[in-house]
Design a binder for this molecule. Structure first.
Ligand code: LMR
Length: 403
C-alpha cells in the first residue's frame, strides 16, 4: 500500500520541456526559440558585465552577512525599484503613496499581490488577456481567486490588437474584478496597445471600478528605454489609479535564476500604507517567510550608483538592439524567400517574443522536421535568433508554409 498511488502524472510545462528536448537533440542546426531568455549573437547565455562587476564588489564586502532579510525584503532594493518604475518625480513617490515589496521575481510578485487581494480585499474574479503568459492563470487560482476570465486581445486576421473586443470584455467585467495588464512587450504576442488605446482601457477600468494589476517583465529590455517601457504604468498612476505592478529583473538584468523581483503598490492615501504593509508581511510570512538577498543586492548596488546605472543602461541597449536587428533580418529573409503571408508584424511587435501566426500543427512541424523549437501557439523567442541561424529559421518557416 502507498499513500501516493492515486497521484496522476501531471502535464509537462511546455516551455521548459522544449528546452530539455532541445538540449537532448543532436541535430547540428537545431535552434531554441522556446524559452524567453537572452542569447548573444553566438547563441550563448549572457551574464551582464555590470552584474559581474557588482558581484565582485559584493563578494569583497566583508560587512555583508547571511542574516535574514526583513520579510518585505531589502528596503533599498524595493524603494529604488518602485522609483525606477514610477519615475523619481512621480507624485505617488513624492507623496509617499507608493512602496515596494521584494519578491521571488515577477511570478512571486504576482502571487503575493494576488494572495493579498484575495485574502484582504475579498477579490475573487480576475481577467487575463487571450492569449497571455501561461502562468498568470495558475498563479491567481493558487492564490485564492475563484474565477478566471479572459478578455480578447489578439486579432488573428489583423495580426494585431483586438481593441474593440478587449474594451467590450472589460466593460462586461463585474465591479472589483482584477485585470492583469502587460506593462509593455506583451507576452506572447509582442503587441502593445497604443497610447490612445491605453487611454480607452483606463477609461473602462475607471468607469467599471476594476482593479489594474500590471505585470512588468521587460522594463528597458523592450525598447532600450526605461521610461518609455514604463509609460503605461505611469500614465495610470498619473490618472490617480490605485494599482499593483509586478516587476521582474529576470530579463532586464539577466537574473533569471536569482528570482529577483518587486511588487510595487500605489495607493491614493499614504495613511493606508502601514496597515497594507503589515498584512502583506503576514502574506509573505506564511508563504516563504523572507526573500533571498543575492539578486536584490546586485540590483540595489547598480541602481544606487550613477556610474553602474549608466553601464546597465548600456547593457540593456546591447540586448534590445540585437533583438530589434534580428526582427529586421528575419523579416527580410522571409520576404526574400517570398514566404506566403505578410510579415510586417515581425518588426512591428516589440520585446522578446514574436507571435508568428503559425498555427499549432505548423509550429509542431517546425520542431519535428526542422528542429526549430517553438511554442505550439506560434510564439518564438526572438532572442534565440542569431546572424548564424536566421536564414535557416526563415527557410524552415518557408518550407512549413509551402509544404
Ligand atoms: C517565457 O515566457 O518563456 C519565460 O517567461 C519563462 C517562463 O517562465 O515561462
Amino acid at each position: 500500500m502507498s499513500w501516493f498511488s492515486s497521484v496522476e502524472l501531471g502535464p509537462p510545462i511546455e516551455v521548459f520541456q522544449l528546452t530539455k528536448q532541445f538540449q537532448e537533440d543532436d541535430f547540428p542546426q537545431k535552434v531554441n526559440l522556446g524559452v524567453g531568455a537572452y542569447r548573444t549573437d553566438e547563441g550563448k547565455p549572457w551574464v551582464l558585465p555590470v552584474v559581474r562587476a557588482a558581484e565582485k564588489t559584493l563578494a569583497n564586502d566583508d560587512t555583508l552577512n547571511k542574516e535574514y532579510l526583513p520579510v518585505l525584503g531589502l528596503d533599498l532594493f524595493s524603494s529604488l525599484s518602485t522609483k525606477m518604475l514610477l519615475g523619481n518625480d512621480s507624485a505617488a513617490v513624492t507623496e509617499n503613496r507608493a512602496f515596494g515589496v521584494q519578491t521571488l521575481s515577477g511570478t512571486g510578485a504576482l502571487r503575493v499581490g494576488a494572495e493579498f487581494l484575495a485574502t484582504y480585499l475579498g477579490r475573487t474574479v480576475f481577467y487575463y488577456s487571450k492569449p497571455t503568459w501561461e502562468n498568470h492563470r495558475l498563479i491567481f487560482l493558487n492564490a485564492g481567486f475563484k474565477e478566471a476570465k479572459e478578455y480578447r486581445y489578439w486579432h488573428e486576421e489583423k495580426h494585431g490588437l483586438d481593441i474593440e473586443g478587449l474594451l467590450e470584455d472589460l466593460n462586461n467585467a463585474p465591479e472589483g474584478a482584477v485585470i492583469i495588464l502587460h506593462a509593455c512587450a506583451h507576452n506572447p504576442t509582442g503587441c502593445d496597445p497604443t497610447q490612445e488605446q491605453w487611454g480607452q482601457i483606463a477609461k473602462v477600468i475607471r468607469e467599471k471600478k476594476l482593479f489594474p494589476f500590471f505585470d512588468s517583465a521587460y522594463q528597458g529590455f523592450a525598447s532600450g528605454d526605461l521610461d518609455k517601457d514604463a509609460w503605461a504604468v505611469r500614465s495610470f498612476v498619473n490618472q490617480g489609479f490605485e494599482l499593483f505592478c509586478a516587476q521582474s529583473y529576470a530579463k532586464n538584468f539577466g537574473l533569471y535564476n536569482e528570482r529577483t523581483g518587486n511588487l510595487s503598490i500605489v495607493l491614493n492615501n499614504a495613511a493606508h500604507i502601514p496597515a497594507v504593509k503589515s498584512q502583506i508581511t503576514w502574506t509573505v510570512r506564511g508563504m516563504y517567510s523572507n526573500p533571498p538577498s543575492h539578486g536584490a543586492r546586485i540590483v540595489a548596488h547598480v541602481l544606487n550608483s550613477k556610474d553602474l546605472f549608466e553601464q546597465w543602461r548600456g547593457n540593456i541597449q546591447t540586448m534590445s538592439s540585437r533583438i530589434i536587428e534580428m526582427r529586421k533580418r528575419l523579416r527580410e529573409e522571409l520576404e526574400t524567400l517570398r514566404t506566403p503571408g505578410n510579415w510586417n508584424h515581425i518588426t512591428e511587435q516589440i520585446g522578446m517574443f514574436s507571435y508568428t501566426g503559425l498555427n499549432q500543427s505548423q509550429s509542431q512541424h517546425m520542431v519535428k522536421k526542422h528542429h526549430v523549437y517553438m511554442l505550439k501557439s506560434g510564439r518564438i523567442s526572438m532572442c534565440g535568433i542569431t546572424p548564424n541561424n536566421v536564414k535557416y529559421v526563415a527557410a524552415s518557416i518557408y518550407e512549413t508554409l509551402t509544404a
